[in-house]
Design a protein around this ligand. Structure first.
Ligand code: NDP
Length: 297
């Protein structure tokens, strides 16, 4: 079997296309464009590159964006004060506020993220948004989790009654994705895809990860270990989604041993070109949603 490729880049392009129309409608109604403000701390090349692609995507769909760059030496108090100033629109109207992670080690990341008002928290990391998601009434869904769910729905890969094994339990990927895929279908949802799954979460203390992944209809790798998921850990015909981003010898690779796993799986997402562009597209969708919610208040 050679797996079909889950083309996140192509799907993200289609999502951006429809968002562009919605942004034009918003601009026509309210006489301004949605606006995203990103805080970038320090000079990590990877963070700068992610921020650049987020700003470029915003521009493509007609959303205004601004990146506020702060030196590596910024303290927790300074960053909290900056986020509060952005939230008070002192840096222009800010419908969505995003603090690019990771923050330097000396900074209390939780304190900084908690300073983002929950109604502008387009990353979906604020406890209020995490709580809403866990109760099955999401507002801003963390972008990577939303992107993975959207990929499954778009490819009509069933999740109801299926076993999903997620490797990784972070607050930004593994946990919200588990909640999303295990939830009941949202009221009024036109599709029952992307929910009603039975979900297992693995992590660094799970022991033999393959014992779990071999039972899975859908494996999601969100770890940050190159080629952790090998072909012997995947059952024939499974769907394999690779969230991982690892830089090895100057190349980007995922957490999945792509070539051999693609010979066994029915569907596989590549790195790059899989989950990454979907994460950005979901951020843009959340920014438009934040702007719409703000205008309704
Ligand atoms: P974290 O480091 O926050 O979490 C990693 C998780 O993997 C933890 O739960 C950890 O377990 C678990 N883990 C570590 N080693 C193993 C192992 N050997 N076996 C099983 N589980 C293990 O990472 P993130 O969730 O933030 O990101 C994960 C990956 O996804 C990274 O490569 C990151 O770059 C990428 N990423 C990609 C995005 C995209 O858009 N494509 C967006 C966000 C992240 P424990 O909890 O026990 O420590």
């Amino acid at each position: 079997m050679t797996a079909q490729v889950l083309d996140g880049k192509g799907l993200a392009g289609r999502i951006e296309h429809s968002l562009r129309d919605e942004v034009e409608t918003f601009a026509g109604m309210f006489g301004r464009r949605p606006r995203l403000v990103v805080v970038l701390v320090g000079d990590m090349a990877a963070s700068a590159s992610y921020v650049k692609s987020k700003a470029a995507a915003a521009t493509r769909v007609g959303i205004d964006s601004d990146v506020i760059a702060v030196p590596e030496t910024a303290t927790t108090a300074e960053l909290v004060a900056l986020v509060q100033a952005i939230a008070a629109d002192q840096h222009g109207p800010a419908d969505g506020i995003l603090v690019q992670l990771p923050l330097p080690r000396h900074v209390d990341a939780v304190a900084v993220l908690d300073a983002v008002p929950p109604d502008r928290d387009v990353d979906g990391f604020h406890p209020e948004n995490a709580g809403l998601l866990s109760q099955g009434r999401p507002r801003f869904i963390p972008c990577t989790a939303a992107g993975v769910q959207r990929m499954l729905i778009d490819a009509a890969i069933p999740t109801a009654g299926k076993h999903v094994v997620i490797v990784g339990r972070s607050d930004i990927v593994g946990k919200p994705l588990a909640l999303l895929l295990a939830q009941r279908p949202p009221a009024g949802c036109p599709t029952d895809g992307g929910c009603d799954a039975t979900v297992t979460i693995c992590h660094s203390r799970s022991g033999d990860i393959g014992h779990f992944t071999r039972q899975a209809d859908i494996v999601v790798a969100a770890v940050g270990r190159p080629r952790l998921i090998t072909a012997d850990m995947v059952r024939p015909g499974a769907t394999v989604i690779d969230v991982g981003i690892n830089r090895v010898d100057g190349k980007l690779i995922g957490d999945v041993d792509y070539g051999p796993v693609a010979e066994k799986a029915a569907w596989i997402s590549p790195v790059p070109g899989g989950v990454g562009p979907m994460t950005v597209a979901m951020l843009i969708a959340n920014t438009l949603l934040a702007a719409e919610l703000r205008m309704k208040r």
